[in-house]
Design a protein around this ligand. Structure first.
Ligand code: ADP
Ligand code: F6P
Length: 320
């Protein structure tokens, strides 16, 4: 029976990470385990920035964005020496199991630490939803809702001015935020890396729609494409319609988590603690078809995530 576990958040923060931390801590306590919080991801594990948590340590956080444990990217943990330091710190504190809330890079670290004998469980936490072994990652829903609200506001002003509004959303290399936000805000066009596009074709379609009376043109561009300013300039040149570009940026990472993020974070965190309770490590938790699942970390890292092309094409077909 595992008696002491640790919990950390790593990589980019995501709304709902606090709900996951809370559920890890409370689930572990209810199962009679001791829980240690680790500050700033693997940095804190290496340096020993570790503190004992109790039931009140996670009071009043379920609704807050960010992460009370802070987060960091820790290049040192990519190397064996960094992992060895982490293992030594786990031994010093008696930490036998560790819950790592983060993305793929964080899971690579968790796999390396698992190989050293610490039972590690990964929980997918990133606004990008770019983790292949799960349909859902913590923070995705909140980020999309933020992007949608902001794109709605941009539509108001672009409609008033008969402009094109090019809106760049986050997602690193993946277009999951872009396609969903595009659908939800009735975008005229969605540009992601997953689907080939041609600005001249886009401009032609816009002019055809304008000829039929369309006045607002919201173009959602995925971060992986980038160059939003150039895209806006090119569309203005090709269509003669005045264009503005807006990069939404880090606002998409903040804010109170939505209900979905709080619930999924709590479900996955409870499941992660159950795995540790059963002496199981080296796994990533996920959600597939609404069910909780877990995979070997290496297997999970080798999976590829499909892009919802159907959704992309539906958005385009009905945007007239
Ligand atoms: P993000 O996508 O926001 O960077 P990740 O979970 O991918 O989130 O975080 C990457 C971080 O994971 C790295 O900066 C590093 O701190 C940590 N990490 C630990 N071990 C590894 C590893 N073996 N390979 C890559 N990243 C690792
Ligand atoms: O992975 C989350 C994310 O917000 C990506 O969408 C984005 O590419 C990246 O992190 C930004 O990272 P940083 O916070 O280092 O600017």
């Amino acid at each position: 029976m595992i008696k002491k576990i640790g919990v950390l958040t790593s990589g980019g923060d995501a709304p709902g990470m606090n709900a996951a931390v809370r559920a890890v801590v409370r689930s572990a306590l209810s199962k009679g385990m001791e829980v240690y919080g680790i500050h700033r991801g693997y940095n804190g594990l290496i340096s020993g920035d570790i503190f004992k948590m109790d039931e009140r340590s996670v009071s009043d956080i379920i609704h807050r964005g960010g992460t009370i444990l802070y987060t960091a990217r820790c290049p040192e943990f990519k190397y064996a020496e960094g992992v060895a330091k982490g293992k030594a710190m786990c031994d010093k504190f008696g930490i036998e199991g560790l819950v790592v809330i983060g993305g793929d890079g964080s899971f690579r670290g968790a796999a390396d630490l698992s190989a050293q004998g610490v039972l590690c469980i990964g929980i997918p936490g990133t606004i990008d939803n770019d983790i292949a072994c799960t349909d859902y990652t913590i923070g995705f829903d909140t980020a999309m809702n933020t992007a949608m609200e902001l794109a709605d506001k941009l539509r108001d002003t672009s409609q008033s001015h008969d402009r094109i509004s090019v809106v760049e959303v986050m997602g690193r290399g993946a277009g999951h935020i872009a396609v969903n936000t595009g659908i939800a805000c009735g975008a005229t066009e969605i540009i992601t890396k997953e689907v080939p596009y041609d600005l001249e074709d886009i401009a032609k379609r816009m002019l055809a729609k304008k000829a039929k009376g369309k006045q607002n043109f919201v173009v959602i561009v995925a971060e992986g494409i980038g160059h939003s300013q150039e895209i806006a300039e090119k569309l203005q040149e090709l269509t003669g319609i005045e264009s503005r570009a807006t990069v939404l940026g880090h606002v998409q990472r903040g804010g109170n988590p939505t209900l979905r993020d709080r619930v999924e974070a709590t479900r996955m965190a409870y499941y992660a603690v159950e795995l540790l309770e059963n002496g199981i490590g080296d796994r990533v938790v996920g959600i597939k078809d609404s069910h909780l699942v877990d995979f070997d970390i290496q297997d999970a890292l080798h999976m590829t995530k499909p892009y919802d092309e159907k959704l992309h094409h539906i958005a385009e077909e009905i945007a007239f």
